[in-house]
Design a protein around this ligand. Structure first.
Ligand code: UD1
Length: 416
């Protein structure tokens, strides 16, 4: 499984290039099967989620080829309409494939998806939305069978602005007959990016970034070469690392506008964060200040995917920070590990109260999910002595070259 060994206590200095956004690119992979022509994603990180998505697409009939920083996907013919449980369990994003598989082949059979172990993660909103587009759905033995022979554009209302369900409907509606509207759609930057990507293939999507998206179906999509937005969660992870280690770091190729909710929490007296064209500069001198309250919310609120990492800042901040997780019900799995490293935290239901200590202590800890695992790395960079983070495959699902990038900034971290 691999582990990181970290000797903490070094400040971080230098430049780090931010990868293409995992959560923008995975639905683009799904969208790539909507055409028989080639789709090139120019900045695709080398991460386990991309590897797993590539395996699934390959199984469906796509040729996938890495070319430098990018990846080329060509699905001349959709050979299968089924995603086996073995692969779907590895990757929750396999559920996005329902939309494009139906768009291309009209029938699909998908096993209930997997992904991070951070809560129940049902897919009822996806299925309700698809049935509103007249897709016939049956659930049997852990598989979902869909038939879209009579699907049509429709008015879809989401009970909750689910990111995945919004993307799934967009991916189905682009080639459905007629016009589809999505009310209460998610507004994440990755949704806006999916709109631009699909439009670059000839789709007619408008309104992404607002709670109302309109999609006019077209009969064919074509080839594209597309550069995804920078990964705001990777960028936010580096911001928290510098916040607890001190130093001066420039994050290259990233967008401050996607990180406002995070920057507003850590940009206090000890820390200066500025933006210059596509770079964010962070200078940290001194111990973090407590952040009062942090509530995870759909975008533009504080992202649940940075809750674990910001909790490390709260662990070593002067004073008390109260963090409430509103999106996923089991997303404090990193907290017992932080407590082993000396953090003072009380969890009550969906709220964790942090009373900051001066510094964490090294310990052997286990990554149990992607972002919680990244938080333990950030904690290890702050801690005195040696920290061992086990089960780093979870972390490698979403971070390309994490140890190399941190080492280049002066951290003492090795992967074994
Ligand atoms: C996406 C992101 C994930 C991020 C999350 C919230 C990808 C690949 N993953 O996940 O990193 O943490 O958005 O920003 O882009 N829900 C239901 N029924 C459904 C769908 C969702 O109850 O049919 C619930 C989920 O259990 C969760 C909440 O809605 O509690 C948000 O889920 P959703 O926005 O769909 O997140 P994902 O698309 O799974």
């Amino acid at each position: 499984m691999g582990k990181y060994i970290i000797n903490g206590g070094r400040s971080l200095n230098g430049n780090v290039k931010i990868q293409g956004a995992k959560n923008a690119i995975l639905p683009m992979f799904a969208g790539a099967i909507l055409t028989g022509e080639s789709v090139f994603i120019e900045n695709c990180p080398n991460i386990v989620d991309v590897e797993n998505m590539s395996k699934i697409l390959h199984l469906l009939g796509a040729d996938i080829e890495r070319k430098g920083e990018g990846i080329n996907i060509t699905c001349e013919e959709l050979l299968h309409n089924e995603i086996p449980a073995r692969l779907a369990k590895e990757l929750r994003s396999s559920v996005f494939l329902l939309g494009p598989m139906l768009g291309r082949g009209r029938k699909a059979k998908v096993a209930y998806p997997g992904g991070c172990d951070i809560g129940l993660r049902p897919i009822d909103i996806h299925l309700k939305a698809l049935s509103e587009m007249n897709v016939k759905i049956q659930e049997k033995y852990g598989y979902i069978y869909c038939d879209a022979s009579e699907m049509r554009g429709s008015h879809v209302t989401l009970d909750y602005p689910s990111v995945g369900a919004t993307e799934n409907v967009m991916l189905l509606a682009v080639t459905a007959k007629g016009t589809t509207t999505i009310s209460n759609s998610a507004r994440e930057p990755e949704i806006v990016d999916l709109m631009h990507f699909l439009n670059s293939m000839g789709a007619k999507v408008s309104g992404a970034g607002t709670p109302f998206i309109k999609i006019e179906g077209v009969s064919d999509l074509h080839s594209t070469s597309y550069r995804a937005i920078p990964d705001r969660i990777e960028a936010g992870t580096y911001l928290t690392a510098v916040a607890v280690c001190g130093g001066e770091v420039t994050l290259e190729d990233c967008k401050m506008e996607h990180l406002n909710a995070v920057v507003s929490k850590i940009s206090k007296s000890y820390c200066k964060i500025t933006e210059e064209s596509d770079n964010i500069n962070i200078i940290v001198d001194g111990r973090p200040c407590a952040m009062d309250t942090i509530d995870t919310q759909p975008y533009p609120g504080f992202p649940t995917d940075l809750q674990a990492q910001i909790s490390v800042v709260a662990s070593v901040a002067k004073g008390t920070t109260v963090i409430t997780e509103n999106i996923f019900e089991a997303r404090f799995k990193h907290v017992p590990e932080l407590i082993r490293m000396g953090a003072r935290v009380k969890v009550r239901d969906r709220t964790a109260i942090f009373n900051g200590v001066e510094r964490l202590r090294g310990a052997e800890v286990n990554a149990t999910d992607l972002r919680g695992g990244a938080a333990l790395v950030v904690a290890g960079l702050n801690a005195s002595g040696t920290t061992i983070v086990n089960d780093i495959r979870h972390i490698e699902r979403g971070y390309d070259k994490l140890e190399e990038k941190l080492s280049a900034l002066g951290a003492d971290i090795v992967k074994v």
